[in-house]
Design a protein around this ligand. Structure first.
Ligand SMILES: [Fe+2]
Length: 243
């Protein structure tokens, strides 16, 4: 696993902090305009710095007052089983790297801006707590079953990376990969973008492309729909693990 034992203190340069500030400025307006209510509440609770990259200590201190999650530093992509093992313990992996200035529009590799701004505000929402517990419990019971792990990764991608939810008849975003990319936000609202009703089974058998803007998104009627899906999946896949 790439999780570091302790936070490896990275000495970000002033250019690194400028990249953070520029990303924040570009994306913050979209976040406030298009993010779902749970994201905005979590975001406001966190008081994420605008002009400098926050430290893990700073964010974990705030999280300890409003959440049972902690963030842990990692050096890059995790194998799905390592990701599920961490979130099962309410530890959310955050990449320490910050993208370079010429990757402002898009960074192929994970970076700290995406991981913090895209995911940390939703960490303590009721729906994320239930979802992460459900999928990680299923994963831990099926670590020797790559097909189920892949299905769970697909489900994560089409929800907490690229998921949409209806609020008062409007399309709102809760997926971190959309909220941290203005290109992706614009793509959601293009006329020819395909937005399908949420369907857990369909999503779990749908692969994804994380290197381009999405051709298809899935929208929840409400977070209750995702909670109901979690309860069903829990029954289906827990049974499958004991057979
Ligand atoms: Fe992500």
């Amino acid at each position: 696993m790439e999780t570091l034992e302790h936070e490896h203190i990275i000495h970000y340069t002033s250019d690194d902090h400028l990249v953070w500030a520029e990303l924040y400025e570009i994306n913050n307006q979209n976040m406030m305009k298009y993010a779902c209510k749970d994201y905005i509440k979590g975001f406001n609770d966190l008081k994420i710095p605008t002009f400098k990259i926050p430290t893990f200590y700073e964010l974990n201190t705030i999280l300890s007052t409003c959440s049972t999650w902690t963030i842990v530093p990692v050096s890059g992509y995790l194998a799905s089983e390592d990701f599920f093992k961490l979130i099962n313990r309410r530890k959310f992996p955050i990449t320490q790297r910050i993208r370079s200035k010429n990757e402002i529009e898009f960074s192929e590799l994970p970076d700290i801006f995406h991981d913090i701004m895209g995911h940390v505000p939703m960490l303590n929402s009721d729906v994320h707590n239930l979802f992460s517990k459900t999928i990680s419990d299923i994963a831990l019971q099926n670590l020797d079953n790559p097909i189920i792990l892949e299905k769970l990764s697909n489900l994560y991608w089409y929800t907490f990376e690229t998921g949409l939810v209806k609020e008062n008849g409007e399309i709102k975003i809760f997926g971190g990969a959309i909220l941290t990319s203005s290109n992706e936000v614009n793509n959601v609202f293009k006329e020819d973008t395909t937005i399908l009703p949420f369907d857990a089974e369909l999503i779990m058998s749908s692969s994804f492309d994380n290197l381009n803007v999405q051709s298809t998104y899935f929208i929840l009627e409400s977070f209750d729909q995702l909670s109901d899906a979690c309860k069903k999946l829990s029954i289906i896949y827990s049974n499958s693990a004991t057979k």
